[in-house]
Design a protein around this ligand. Structure first.
Ligand code: BG6
Length: 490
């Protein structure tokens, strides 16, 4: 299968930080289909050679294991080309069309790694010069819109040019190997599914914690905030995979139909429940990893007095027979104590304790990053016997917590591919399972929108937290109110 892969935004942050390194790894692992060309498109005045030189310098900054050798880069760079384009000029799209028509590859993937407000006009121009034929697929990076109306506007514009099957919306969390494993764990095994319901589960906690701040993206982040940046997409996608019913097959639409049902079952927010069940925070100066760090308001390109949230914790419910009454807690934040993402499934305690002492209930921890694995927390008897005492004939041993640990990086040391590598390979192959359908994406916006509008009307609700902590104390109170605790507090 020959392919042409075009990156709009070819000199942008995403292209050199994520897409090109992922493409290089796919090439290094021998996973790219043969006979491929990659074209970076941007405004800068460059040619193939100067672009390759620019890219070489950036790839050299990667971790040593991911850095290309001189020889590898020379062979990889031969696949990479550059085309200067002004995205507002129709004649420039015709030059792109001529470049692609030069050989009529079997598959053309056009990856829009640009600001999403450009998607409608780019799609319209691509359509106008026939670059929406059935060998073309378009990949759309998040954030897809700023609210429901803008997401619908983008989707309408995209749909007027590309069919749903041709428009691939990326949520890179779905490409993480651990998230694949979530599906495998639930639907490739019989062990958990009978317990995966309200009768056995007390609550579910999804944490996407980052220790980094907003870095050089202060202007983008300030317009976005944590709810739009992480909850509307990554956290909700994880929630759907945890809560969905078993799909009838592994087909993309069978899976996406089930995910959509979960999104539609989420209990809607109103002004009262937003005030009660959603906590937003912003970091102030503190210490992360032993280093002093600035507060959000001191970061580059953040306007003075900004009320943008860098932390969100919320409590929600999935209103259906399986999950009625089970709280789902989601939280995400920048400049937290640690970088880690996990999903903790807290089971209910045993109905009738026969052992002495306090009982930790069972817990399943699905670790997404930095480690990728599963931890099942159980209680066990150590096997030591208490000294005999007169009159105590009953079983007296106190149970101890133990865990069964599964490390997927160790179990499958050679075959793992990173999230963007996986998404690029799926886009080239036309595998749609891991891409978000427009109705899912719009439903997720519909659900978060009352939070956004309530916050706009109530600028006083923002709480501050110290960089290097786990967020505002109100996030702990949110969970404690139900008698539970976040993992680091339990
Ligand atoms: C992106 C957000 O979607 O995900 C970033 O825009 C965030 O703000 C990133 O840092 C986190 O991704 P990962 O894979 O590093 O957890």
């Amino acid at each position: 299968m020959s392919f042409d892969l075009v990156f709009f935004g070819g000199t942008g942050d995403l292209t050199w930080r994520k897409l090109m390194p992922a493409l290089f790894q796919a090439w290094r692992h021998g996973k790219l289909p043969p006979d491929g060309r990659t074209l970076a498109v941007a405004r800068d005045d460059r040619d193939d050679d100067s672009y390759r030189q620019w890219l070489r310098e950036r790839l050299q900054a990667a971790d040593s294991a991911k850095r290309p050798t001189e020889d590898e880069f020379a062979r990889f760079a031969a696949l990479i080309h550059y085309l200067r384009m002004d995205l507002s000029v129709p004649a420039d799209y015709r030059r792109l069309q001529a470049w692609l028509d030069g050989r009529r590859a079997d598959t053309v993937v056009i990856y829009l790694a640009t600001s999403p407000h450009l998607f409608p006009s780019i799609c319209q121009q691509l359509g106008a010069c026939g670059l929406n034929h059935d060998r073309v697929r378009g990949v759309l990076e998040k954030p897809l819109g700023h609210d429901l109306a803008s997401a619908q506007w983008i989707n309408q514009a995209v749909r007027s040019v590309f069919s749903e099957q041709q428009a691939l919306r990326i949520d890179h969390y779905l490409g993480k190997p651990s998230v694949q494993n979530l599906m495998a764990m639930r639907f490739g095994n019989v062990l958990f599914e009978p317990l995966w319901r309200r009768e056995s589960i007390a609550n579910i906690q999804i944490t996407l914690a980052e220790s980094l701040g907003v870095g050089t993206r202060g202007d983008f982040y300030d317009r976005t905030g944590a709810l739009r940046d992480m909850i509307q997409n990554h956290a909700l996608q994880l929630l759907t995979m945890i809560a969905m019913e078993p799909p009838s097959s592994a087909d993309a639409d069978a899976i996406r139909d089930e995910k959509l049902k979960v999104l539609r079952s989420l209990k809607p927010f109103d002004a009262v429940t937003v005030a009660r069940d959603v906590v937003r925070g912003q970091y102030k100066a503190g210490t992360v990893g032993g280093q002093p760090v600035k507060g959000y308001l001191e970061e580059d390109k953040v306007p003075p007095g900004s009320l943008t949230e860098t932390f969100v914790a919320l409590r929600c419910e999935v209103q259906n027979w399986r999950w009625a009454g089970v709280p789902f807690y989601l939280r995400t934040g920048k400049r937290l104590a640690d970088r880690h993402a996990d999903i903790v499934v807290n089971f209910k305690p045993t109905p009738h304790p026969i052992f002495p002492g306090a009982h930790n209930a069972n817990k399943l921890v699905i670790k997404l990053q930095p480690e990728d694995g599963l931890e099942l927390h159980l209680l066990a008897a150590k096997g030591s016997v208490a000294s005999a005492s007169v009159g105590s004939a009953t079983m007296q041993e106190t149970l101890s917590p133990v865990s069964l640990d599964l490390d997927f990086d160790k179990a499958f040391p050679t075959d793992r591919v990173g999230a963007y590598e996986r998404m690029l390979l799926d886009a080239l192959a036309g595998r749609l399972n891991l891409f978000v359908r427009s109705d899912e994406q719009e439903q997720a916006w519909r659900w978060v929108e009352p939070v956004l509008t309530t916050w706009e009307r109530d600028p006083n609700g923002l709480r501050s937290y110290t960089a290097g902590s786990w967020g505002p104390p109100a996030a702990s109170a949110l969970v404690a109110r139900d008698g539970f605790a976040w993992p680091e507090e339990s």
